[in-house]
Design a protein around this ligand. Structure first.
Ligand code: 13P
Ligand code: ZN
Length: 272
């Protein structure tokens, strides 16, 4: 007897996370997308994985992910609607042995397709897995203050990271490796996917200039928490950037905190 897929923990997590991200204003309309690498044994408790509903070309080859199963948000689908209608708004796909075809195992019931940002997602998964075999989640969204900050702050890895580290005491402990920043690029393409993945080898957070942000992590909570911290820091920046700065967290203090938490932080992103 197969278990009910609508009660699978990974479907519940996708429903709850998309609803939460919509609620806090990070994902207007169809903005944002999530991909979540699933455990094949767990999926088989809910689905007959030999039953492929249909196949879709992914438009590039990611051989290292052949056989891997992901639950992903659909292209053009609204995060607002996922919770009420997961079977139309989400899909479970397996990357075929050729590395360039997605096999639909569940979802996208109205004929829909995986997110247009699949290149950035799958290439980022491959990049993160090469440095962290436990990585499972890639999340993209349009958080308001992070995006606002893109218009008034230099788009540079070191400078952007340093400013965010200064905005909340614990930032350097939450993203000690820093943040990668890309200039404005055309979204949905293999090129932006390759650029994102290149940054993902070094960072779990990548800003897409004047578009949004990508986060990666081992769990949904860790990934969401990472982006939430970045967004909070950007909010503090946007609330204070136009005011005279009287106090700041000094680089020496960031070192003190990073050492206290025992994290490996990017030393050359500080000005010591
Ligand atoms: P999708 O609806 O195709 O997921 O695209 C949303 C988005 O945020 C594009 O960057
Ligand atoms: Zn986007």
């Amino acid at each position: 007897m197969m278990k009910n897929i609508l009660e699978a923990p990974f479907v519940t997590e996708m429903r709850k996370t998309t609803a939460n991200m919509y609620r806090i204003g990070w994902d207007e309309r169809n903005g944002g997308n999530i991909s979540y690498l699933l455990d094949e044994v767990e999926v088989a408790e809910y689905l007959d994985v030999s039953q492929v509903i249909r196949t879709m070309p992914i438009g590039f080859c990611e051989a290292s992910l052949a056989g891997k199963i992901f639950i992903v948000t659909g292209s053009g689908k609204y995060f607002k609607n996922v919770d009420d209608d997961p079977e139309n708004n989400l899909g479970i796909i397996r990357i075929a042995q050729d590395g360039e075809t997605a096999e639909l195992l569940w979802g996208f019931k109205d004929g829909g397709k995986f997110t247009s940002e699949l290149p950035a997602h799958l290439m980022s998964h491959a990049a993160r897995l090469s440095v962290d075999p436990e990585n499972r989640v890639v999340m993209h969204c349009h958080p308001t203050h992070t995006l606002a900050m893109n218009y008034v702050h230099e788009l540079d890895d070191k400078k952007f990271t340093h400013t965010l580290w200064e905005m909340c005491t614990e930032c350097i402990a939450i993203f000690p490796e820093g943040i990668g920043v890309l200039p404005w690029m055309l979204c949905g393409t293999n090129s932006i996917g390759e650029a994102t993945a290149a940054k993902m080898k070094e960072f779990r957070t990548v800003i897409w200039g004047m578009h949004g942000v990508y986060g990666a992590g081992k769990t949904m909570d860790e990934t969401f928490g990472l982006l939430e911290t970045v967004e909070k820091a950007a909010q503090i920046y946007m609330l204070t950037a136009h005011l005279p700065r009287i106090n700041t967290i000094k680089d020496e203090e960031m070192v003190e905190l990073a050492e206290y938490f025992g994290v490996k932080y990017k030393k050359d992103f500080l000005n010591l």
